[in-house]
Design a protein around this ligand. Structure first.
Ligand SMILES: [Zn+2]
Length: 105
């Protein structure tokens, strides 16, 4: 398993970074929910030719996907503060974790 990755230092490094991300974010029961994401990502890495830049982007993409699986995705379909539908002008608030309607500014 992962034969092409065993001889590619860039892929070995990426596997290591993904493992560090997983170990820092996942506890207990969350392991089960994220297993297929981890397995599929490693299979994709192993099956593709990736440049150094692409290897770096894969880690970022994986990290966002893992956060989504763990329930940390930003709220984008309604206002994070009031829960109302966002129409017209709105803002993304990192501190609120999603979209915020203009009423709060
Ligand atoms: Zn609002």
């Amino acid at each position: 398993m992962f034969l092409s990755s065993r001889i590619n230092l860039g892929k070995i490094s990426l596997f290591y970074r993904i493992s560090e991300t997983v170990l820092s974010l996942i506890k207990g029961e969350e392991k089960r929910r994220s297993f297929s994401l981890i397995e599929n990502t490693m299979k994709e890495i192993d099956s593709r030719k990736l440049s150094a830049k692409e290897l770096s982007l894969v880690h970022i993409h994986f990290s966002f996907r893992l956060l989504q699986v763990l329930g940390y995705a930003p709220l984008l379909d309604r206002c994070t503060v009031c829960g109302g539908q966002v129409t017209g002008k709105s803002y993304f608030s990192p501190s609120e974790g999603g979209e915020v309607c203009r009423d709060w500014f």
